[in-house]
Design a binder for this molecule. Sequence first.
Ligand SMILES: *Cc1c(COP(=O)(O)O)cnc(C)c1O
Length: 356
Amino acid sequence: MKIHNFSAGPCILPQVVFDKMAQACLDFNNSGTSILEISHRRKDAVEVMDTARALVKELMNVPETHDVVFMQGGASLQFPTVAYNLLREGGKAAYTQTGKWAENAIKEAKRFGEIEVIASSKDKNYNYIPKGYPIPADVDYFHCTSNNTIFGTQMKEFPTSSVPLVCDMSSDILSRDIDVSKFGVIYAGAQKNMGPAGSAVAIVQKDLLGKTGRNIPDYLNYDVHIKKESSFNTWPVIAIYGVMLNLQWLKEQGGVEEISKINTAKADAMYHEIDRNGLFTGTAATEDRSQMNATFVLNNEILKADFDAMLKEAGVVSLAGHRDVGGYRASMYNALPLESVEVLIEVMKQFEQQFG
Ligand SMILES: *Cc1c(COP(=O)(O)O)cnc(C)c1O
C-alpha cells in the first residue's frame, strides 16, 4: 500500500534520495566501500560537503557577506551557539516567544546574558504570531522562529530593525523565498525540510563574529567551522549526503521559487478542506497559518477512533498532533507530493459523508 507520510520531522524525503542513500550504504561511488565506513576527509566525501554547502548558497541566494556551515547537535545546539557567538559579555538580546522551540531558544540564551522577551503568544497557547512590537536598539540581536512546527503558525514577514536578525528556520527553510541578506544568522535542524536527521545548517553573516569577548569552545564557534569548511571534526557523511541529494532534487524541481508554488497549492487545498468540513476546526489564527504544518482538531472527539481507522485504511501516517495542541497536524514539507494532500482531503470528505 502507498504510504502518505505527514510526519512533522524527521520527515518525508524524495524517493530518489532514499534510493541513492541505500545504494551508497552498500557501495559509495563504485569504490567497494560503504559510505558508512569511509573517512570524512576522503576526496569524494569532501565533495559531498562542498556540494551541499554550495547548493544551500545557490538555492537560497546567499550573499558573499554570509557563509554556510553544517554542524551536529540539531537546532537545539544552535540555541546556545547563537548566543555564544553573538551575545556580548554583559550584553542583551531580544526574543519573540511564539512556541515551544522559541521557549527553548530563550532558555538556552539566558545562560549567556539578559534576554528580553519582547512579544509572546503564550496567552493563547501560541495560536498566533505577535506583530507590531518594537525591537530595542540596544540589544546585540533579535531572535525569532519563522515557523512554529508544533502550533502551525508561520511568520509571513520579518520585522526590520538596526540590530542583527537571527532566525530559527528549522521547519520552513527552503520552502519559500527568503532574502538572506536581511538576516544575521539563519539556522535549521536538517530533518524538517532539508534532509535526514544528523546535522544543522547555519547561514552566518561573517562580520558579526568575534565581537563578544567570550572564550568560545571550538566546536561552538561559527568562525572555526567557517575556516575549516565544516570539516572541523568527523561529520556524518551519510547525513550530509542525504542533504546534498535532497538539495539536488530541489534544484531539479526548479528551486525554491517553484517548490514554494507547490507548497502554497498544498496548504491552500488543506486549509480549504479544514474550513469547509464541518467536522474539523483549524487551531491557528487564519492569517498566521503555516504552509508547512496545518494543525486542526475534531469537533467531536468521540469520532476519533473512526477517523483514525479511515486514515490508516488510506495509508495516511503520522498525522497525530503534538501533545501540546492535540488533534491532528498535517506536515506538508517540500517532499510531500500534492497527491498525498489530496488523499488526506478525500478521507476527510468521506468521513464527513459517514459521520457528518
Ligand atoms: C524541531 C525543531 C527544533 C529542534 O530541532 P532539533 O534538531 O531536534 O534540535 C527547533 N526549532 C524548530 C522550529 C523545530 O521545528
